[in-house]
Design a protein around this ligand. Sequence first.
Ligand code: PEP
Length: 257
Amino acid sequence: MAARTPIIAGNWKMHRDHLEAIQLVQKLAYHLEEDDYEGQEVVLCPPFVSLRSVQTILQSDRLPMQLGAQTCYDQDEGAFTGEISVPMLERLDVTYVLAGHSERRELFGETDEVVNAKTAAIQRHGLRPIVCVGESLEQREAGQAVEVVTEQLRGSLAGIDVSDPEALVVAYEPVWAIGTGRTATPDDAQEMCAAVRAELRSLYGEDTATGMRVQYGGSVKPGNIRALMAEADIDGALVGGASLSSEDFALIVGHRR
Ligand code: PEP
């Protein structure tokens, strides 16, 4: 089994308009060296309205970064005011789509069933879901972290076939670490990512689970990326706040220098 290709993704959330997005990508590219892209995937997830500008700049400047979207709808087209379909994202060269980010789960009521339908839609069109799971502080303190995450995985991945292990990524993001500056220790993050992989093993078997990427997300910064990436079951990072700074995100992507 070939080694898993690390994947570092920046989730810009609802930040940066389409002009600021271009500047951010240009500055990021300026700070990155050619070697930084080697042997790992770098993904940018701007808001929907900036996808086209980011696509254009990635293409025109031949930047080896992939485009990601922050969510999608599960239907291909129709009278769904305000929604964006996977075929629309496909036309914009989007490769990855986040499904079930904790902010979507918490603020927009996305259940595991909703996340499951979105994951299926993303796969149906050949794009790659990044399925997000993670426990709250209350659940962690009650000793339920593994149980909660396992349940989210089972619900979100029900009936989802994974024949190409690289085509579906799981992001373990403890809710209490997102945007709080409080990171899980590398040991805790490793323990949870190993639990995620154990569940993937029971869903998909040893070979597939060994080939699937599991990201850690939650206050990833230039100062903690190396220790996190050194862990056996952490194959990348989903980065929120720090991906809005070209310097910080470049240091995170370039952590192997
Ligand atoms: C996220 O939005 O997925 C995230 C991990 O945010 P932050 O890095 O800001 O904690």
